[in-house]
Design a binder for this molecule. Structure first.
Ligand SMILES: Cc1cc2nc3c(=O)[nH]c(=O)nc-3n(C[C@H](O)[C@H](O)[C@H](O)COP(=O)(O)OP(=O)(O)OC[C@H]3O[C@@H](n4cnc5c(N)ncnc54)[C@H](O)[C@@H]3O)c2cc1C
Length: 93
């Protein structure tokens, strides 16, 4: 969804691509992740689903009240990122 208040950030987009597109706060966070090599391979979805409290992209997205869309065998649901991170190192599936 994309309107004045909502932006969609694809989970399979690499952190490198996020540094060049999208909301500035997320671009700056993605640019802080690891090295160029890491950013060229790592994705936003992987950075979040990795479940680390130190994930650089989690903080700005939490501040923006982001939601994640979880897809499972054709079924999907939205979840506030705050609930996705309810258990350390074990994000919801
Ligand atoms: C040398 C090094 C330096 C690093 N430095 C930083 C840093 O400075 N800051 C930082 O935040 N992180 C850092 N990391 C961590 C790294 O950014 C994350 O591990 C990376 O973002 C994971 O992305 P990935 O696409 O490779 O995910 P993967 O490693 O492939 O997957 C991680 C987990 O997420 C799941 N997953 C992946 N994509 C999705 C998806 N679309 N939907 C649901 N589940 C998914 C996988 O099944 C797996 O459980 C570093 C890692 C390394 C090796």
């Amino acid at each position: 969804m994309r309107d004045r208040r909502h932006h969609h950030h694809g989970g399979t987009r690499t952190l490198g691509r996020h540094t060049r597109a999208g909301r500035r706060i997320l671009a700056r966070a993605a640019a802080a992740c690891g090295s160029v090599q890491i950013r060229n391979m790592a994705t936003l979805g992987g950075n979040l689903a990795n479940g680390s409290p130190a994930a650089d992209t989690a903080t700005p997205l939490l501040a923006l009240d982001a939601e994640v869309v979880l897809v499972d065998a054709g079924d999907w649901r939205k979840l506030p990122l705050t609930e996705f991170y309810s258990v350390l190192k074990r994000p919801r599936r």
